[in-house]
Design a protein around this ligand. Structure first.
Ligand SMILES: Cc1cc2nc3c(=O)[nH]c(=O)nc-3n(C[C@H](O)[C@H](O)[C@H](O)COP(=O)(O)OP(=O)(O)OC[C@H]3O[C@@H](n4cnc5c(N)ncnc54)[C@H](O)[C@@H]3O)c2cc1C
Length: 444
């Protein structure tokens, strides 16, 4: 891992647009379980005090913003710095997924144990948002069926069976394992012989991230930092000098949901990539978007960063594969959204998978006493939204530990002190306050 970077002296950061948040209070005592607080009001859930620690979050994607949000509602002053505050993000209409994500690119299945718990924290936050009419509308989050198809019975594939059993026990809504689901939508049931479905949050990321950014940005002020969160996605390759970070190019065709030769689609359909590691993958991912658009993809290509032409052979082939999978679907140019036919983006991937841990450098450069107060959280690849609020809770735990001057530990040793199964279960009980504008959970 990198040498310690002082973001305030980094030219990329000093040139960055700076937005500060309101915030407040003291770090939680270490004896207390970490809690996730999410408040949908404009005031932080816990009122700030004058001597509250200031946390500098670098990065304004979903990972940085969800971390900033939970820190803010937990009583910190928070400043967000970013080279870009995106109004439009690449994924556009995303589906929550239990790890590993459909697009593949997992290099260590064991390392997913923590992200699995994060994904369930996020699941319950988004589910809560979807169930609250005002929030569902404001953040454009809905719950919909998502069906995952398989070319051999799940029972005959050890890793898929394990994943399915975990999902079944995880507390997701509407789980059903039924091979007869392959008969739906006219899908070739001689090729796709097994399937399961669940209710998954689907998020219009344009609306959600803009809303999240503006909500907090209204509370602007700049503070001096007591700890730093590095949530720079691909930028961490340079900022934290992490050679394991790499871009994972992806694209989705946007077709009109009302000009298809199939009934209007309201269910997400997916066939996962089979491979792991840093290689190109293809998969089926067809997601209906609320306003009459279907997103259809996809592929993952490591280490390329340029933008593809809308009629690039790779995009055309992706469309053909999806048409073959779902009879009646058309990805032809005349059936695409004329305003925005192809969405593209770079997933921030990392060999060794997502990293969420304190900077381990010790002793600090220049003889500075104590341990680093930087918390890294990046490399979410194709699952940034799925993991968001769970990794935010992990960040909060690590910020607490940095402020308390504890010895930093590598991520694989963090599990017992970070997001636990008990917390996930507790969060599933979804405590809402009387006016339904905040939710919180803590292990008891
Ligand atoms: C086609 C496609 C489909 C996808 N589908 C899904 C899906 O269905 N479900 C899902 O969960 N995820 C999906 N994803 C993945 C998801 O979009 C990403 O995981 C997520 O956006 C990553 O968020 P992030 O905050 O880590 O990074 P980013 O959104 O890249 O944010 C990084 C931030 O850091 C800032 N920054 C970088 N370097 C610096 C610096 N030096 N100084 C200051 N600021 C800096 C940037 O300006 C930016 O604000 C998809 C992605 C693609 C491309």
């Amino acid at each position: 891992m990198s040498a310690l970077v002082n973001p305030m002296s980094d030219p990329a950061v000093t040139q960055a647009k700076c937005v500060a948040f309101s915030a407040l209070t003291l770090p939680r005592r270490l004896s207390e379980s970490p809690a996730l607080h999410i408040d949908f009001n404009r005031d932080p859930l816990i009122a700030p005090k004058q001597d509250s620690p200031h946390i500098l979050v670098i990065g304004a994607g979903i990972v940085g913003m969800s971390a900033a949000w939970t820190l803010l509602d937990s009583g910190y002053k928070v400043t967000v710095l970013a080279s870009q505050f995106d109004d439009r993000v690449s994924g556009q209409h995303l589906t929550w997924e239990y790890p590993p994500a459909v697009c593949g690119h997992t290099s260590d299945v064991e390392a997913l144990e923590i992200p699995k718990r994060w994904s369930m924290v996020s699941y319950h936050v988004f589910k809560y948002m979807a169930a609250t009419p005002l929030l569902s509308h404001e953040y454009s989050v809905v719950m919909r069926d998502a069906i995952f198809f398989f070319e051999k019975p799940v029972e005959d594939d050890v890793s898929q069976l394990r994943k399915m059993r975990e999902i079944e026990r995880s507390g997701v809504a509407g789980f059903l394992h039924d091979k007869h689901l392959t008969h739906s939508f006219g899908i070739d049931s001689s090729k796709y012989v097994d399937a399961y479905k669940l209710r998954a949050p689907m998020i219009d990321t344009d609306v959600a991230l803009t809303k999240i950014t503006k909500l907090e940005a209204e509370l602007l002020t700049t503070y001096k930092a007591n700890a730093i969160v590095n949530a720079t996605g691909l930028g961490a390759g340079e900022l934290a000098d992490d050679k394991n970070v790499y871009p994972l190019r992806g694209a989705m065709i946007r077709v009109l949901n009302n000009s298809q030769h199939i009934p209007k689609l309201t269910t997400a359909l997916a066939v996962s990539a089979h491979t792991e590691g840093q290689i190109e993958t293809k998969f089926i991912f067809i997601v209906p978007r609320g306003d009459g658009i279907i997103y259809t993809g996809g592929f993952s290509e490591p280490d390329v960063t340029d933008t593809l032409a809308e009629d690039d052979a790779k995009i055309e082939q992706m469309g053909k594969d999806d048409e073959k999978f779902l009879p009646g679907l058309s990805t032809k140019p005349e059936d695409r959204d004329p305003e925005y036919p192809v969405a593209q983006g770079l997933r921030p991937a990392r060999r060794g998978d997502v990293l969420c841990q304190r900077e381990l450098t010790h002793p600090l450069p220049g003889g500075t006493p104590g341990y680093s107060r930087i918390v890294h959280c990046y490399g979410h690849a194709g699952a940034g939204w799925s993991l968001s609020f769970g990794s935010a809770l992990e960040v909060k735990t690590l910020v607490n530990s940095a402020l308390a001057g504890e010895v930093p530990e590598p991520m694989h040793r963090q599990a017992p002190s970070a997001v636990s199964r008990e917390q996930v279960a507790d969060f599933a009980r979804n405590r809402a306050n009387e006016d339904g504008r905040h939710i919180s959970a803590a292990a008891t």
